[in-house]
Design a protein around this ligand. Structure first.
Ligand code: ZN
Ligand code: ZN
Ligand code: FE
Length: 753
């Protein structure tokens, strides 16, 4: 009895070691036949004993190679035939465009780690060990098809031993494009002061410098990090001063999961994502007494930790044997430095030494950030290890789309057929290096994925560089309202097309009525939206200055709640420019805003005494940290001080009394918790009312404000109690990093442009 089957495998199955995997399994099961790549994925024919044929099919789904994402396995039984007497890997048919030509950068696998640690292995201690299942991908690819000459490994000629692995279908390194060893591959180099060393001596010198409090630049996968001993308060303070970063938390890399558990509280989901091959920074509650300097994340109850993701990181962390601050090598919000000349020029003055290597980085890619809250993991920055893995679209795109995002936390996205390709994190476009990264990513992604956009989607804000770029392209354009894009990004995250009631709370986005939106209740699907309600508006005194200086918002909200006298007195508690701000608030040219982000700023100013901030969202993060001492009580359902009322056809949330309460309250955890509770419950009341009126059963919570886990928990809990389905962001960032994803989905779904 022999059986013959033809099997098609769809998903991310190319460039991930799928064919050698099939080859090894088929040979082990005594099957004959072939496997090859084609435009739709991988196709194979197998013939042999029926139970062996069935077993191979099972393994395709159950135990594929680590980097593969199998979406479907479709098998057809055929009459047995005279197949070759063995199993072979055939060349691809070369037709069509593969769906996922480039996989993501992936952390060192266990097999490679074993070799790194094995004194008898020829890769013992070699910092660039990789294989088909791990190593650099997206950051080294210069063109497609993904082949060694189209990577930054092109300049390295494999030695005979590496070449033999590369050519052997039974080897773990069969067609591993970045394959290398100490004899033929990249080498590390340490420059400190007047001395330069290479190879193992460079590693030893770098570890020694770090152990003595030095600030080093370290070249990683997607760019340069700045590194210091995380327990050394003086070194951390030096890093802060040199990087001109006042308060923004630094991430910490630790050698292993056991060490991570000593620093932060992780549940099962948090541990899983921390140790996943994507290796993001995981933000989680910090353990009291965690052995890192308070300077690492001043004023916060949480800490961002990550595990080593390259052999170089493993070697550094093991030798140093203590947590290492590893923060993007840049100044303020510029993108991470990734070219060697750029690192010397931009980072040289900030550091005591540079750990570099001679494998170029083609695409800079910052570390991804996820937050591991109670029972939920949320991606806050989707970059290295995640980008450019396509997200599935729940519909067939009507056209190929380029979406250029907003301004802060910029990303760009492409949509075509049934997938959406979002770029890595590009930074804040107001900085020139970020705009250059934006231009590079846009062209590079379109070439890699062979997408010729038929329409370009942009934000409605006319002054964003992304908008200006879009309208200058010779393509039809579609302007999408900022908060509509936020809601769409949340829908796509859940494979939905809507309609849903969107609750979009963020810093701000351009509203079509010439106000700055940021506390919006929208009826929305992937085609259109309608504004149903919003936070009551107050003046944004001084535009961008009001974002840097939350005391201005405290004055604006105090003025709204209690009049100009109390307003001015409130502002004067922080700054002697309160009279000028009072003047601004009376001026008709001052733009009104419904921003919930700015309401959080006002509350944080009042309760944390935070008059000015050094990074976006800082005030809100500190307010949440302050409230953390008070456990969330689901029975405290009072909307305490936030009125929900109709103004014409709009439902308006007015927290005037809540502000009065905060003005009189003892600043501290109780008041901070009350603020979250009242705002959260009022939001749920308003959302439920609007959902009921418009026959919507689904509420999507989106926008940067919903990075606040406490607010999200209160709103989602209260809505679920009212039998509404609540969508919370998971894989797509709720902040502006997700805007291009929402824009792309809308551009691909609308019946007409
Ligand atoms: Zn490996
Ligand atoms: Zn070699
Ligand atoms: Fe936004």
């Amino acid at each position: 009895m022999v059986e013959r089957r033809r099997v098609r495998v769809r998903g991310t199955v190319q460039g991930v070691g799928f064919r050698p995997f099939v080859y090894r399994e088929a040979v082990a099961l005594g099957l004959r036949g072939y496997v090859r790549n084609d435009s739709a994925g991988v196709v194979l024919e197998i013939q042999g004993r029926p139970e062996c044929v069935a077993e191979l099919c099972r393994r395709l789904t159950d135990s594929p190679p680590p980097l593969a994402r199998v979406e479907a396995v479709e098998a057809t039984t055929l009459p047995p035939t005279a197949l070759p007497s063995e199993f072979v890997i055939l060349a691809s048919d070369g037709e069509g465009e593969p769906n996922a030509p480039v996989s993501v950068d992936t952390a060192t696998c266990d097999d490679c780690l074993g070799e790194l640690d094995d004194p008898s292995d020829r890769r013992f201690g070699y910092p660039f060990t990789n294989c088909t299942n791990c190593g650099p991908r997206y950051t080294i690819v210069t063109a497609v098809p993904y082949d060694r000459p189209a990577t930054t490994m092109a300049g390295f000629v494999m030695c005979p031993a590496c070449q033999a692995e590369y050519d052997d279908p039974a080897d773990r390194r069969f067609h591993a494009q970045p394959n290398a060893c100490a004899a033929c591959g990249p080498a590390i180099r340490f420059t400190g002061g007047a001395t330069a060393t290479e190879g193992p001596a460079a590693l030893a010198a770098a570890v020694d410098a770090l152990a003595h409090g030095a600030v080093l630049a370290v070249k990683g996968l997607g760019g340069y990090h700045l590194a210091v001993d995380a327990a050394d308060a003086v070194a951390v303070a030096t890093l802060r001063r040199r990087k001109q970063r006042d308060d923004k938390p630094f991430a910490v890399m630790v050698a292993d999961l056991e060490t991570a558990r000593l620093l932060v509280v992780l549940d099962e989901g948090g541990e899983r994502v921390l140790s996943s091959p994507r290796r993001p920074i995981v933000v989680a509650p910090r353990r009291p007494g965690a052995a890192v300097s308070p300077e690492v994340a001043p004023g916060l109850g949480e800490l961002g930790v990550m595990l080593p993701y390259t052999p170089l990181h493993h070697l550094l962390l093991r030798r140093l044997a203590r947590p290492l601050v590893l923060t993007s090598g840049n100044r303020s919000d510029e993108p991470i430095a990734h070219r060697d000349d750029e690192a010397v020029a931009r980072l040289g003055p900030l550091v005591d030494g540079i750990v570099s290597h001679d494998r170029p980085i083609h695409i800079r890619c910052d570390d991804s950030v996820v937050r591991a809250g109670p029972g939920a993991v949320q991606v806050l920055r989707r970059s290295r290890g995640y980008a450019p893995e396509p997200l599935p679209l729940p519909f067939e795109a009507r056209r190929a789309v380029l979406a250029v995002g907003a301004e802060l936390k910029s990303t760009v996205s492409l949509a075509r057929q049934r997938s959406l390709i979002a770029s890595h994190h590009l930074g804040d476009l107001e900085h020139l290096p970020a705009y250059e990264a934006f231009l590079q990513a846009t062209g590079h992604l379109a070439r890699l994925y062979a997408v010729q956009p038929e329409v370009v989607v942009h934000d409605l804000h006319p002054d964003y560089l992304s908008t200006k770029y879009a309208v200058e392209l010779d393509l039809p354009v579609l302007g999408v309202q900022h908060h509509h894009a936020h809601v769409a990004s949340c829908l796509v995250d859940h494979g939905r097309v809507g309609p849903a009631l969107g609750v979009a709370f963020d810093g701000h986005g351009y509203g079509p009525d010439a106000t700055l939106w940021g506390g919006e209740f929208l009826w929305a699907d992937l085609d259109r939206y309608e504004r149903l309600g919003h936070l009551v508006t107050v003046g944004l005194p001084g535009g961008a200055a009001a974002i840097r200086e939350p005391w201005r918002m405290a004055q604006a909200w105090a003025t709204h709640a209690a009049g100009p006298e109390v307003g001015r007195a409130t502002g004067a508690r922080f700054d002697d420019r309160a009279a000028a701000v009072a003047g601004l608030l009376e001026r008709p040219t001052t733009i009104p805003t419904s921003s919930v982000g700015r309401l959080f700023d006002a509350a944080a100013a009042l309760l944390c005494g935070r008059g000015r901030v050094s990074f976006e969202g800082q005030a809100a993060i500190e307010l949440e940290a302050l409230a953390a001492a008070v456990t969330i009580d689901p029975r405290r359902g009072a909307t305490g001080g936030v009125e929900v009322r109709w103004e014409g056809d709009q439902l308006v949330l007015d927290p005037a009394e809540l502000i009065l309460d905060l003005l009189a309250a003892e600043p501290g955890p109780e008041a901070a918790a009350r603020f979250h509770d009242a705002l959260g419950h009022a939001t749920a009341v308003a959302a439920a009312l609007l959902a009921g009126r418009h026959g919507l059963g689904v509420v999507a919570l989106t926008g940067g404000v919903f990075q606040n886990a406490r607010l999200t928990q209160i709103v989602a809990g209260a809505l679920r109690e009212r039998d509404l389905e609540v969508l919370v962001h998971r894989q797509v960032p709720p902040n502006d990093g997700g805007i291009s994803i929402g824009q792309a989905a809308i551009g691909a779904h609308r019946p007409s442009i």
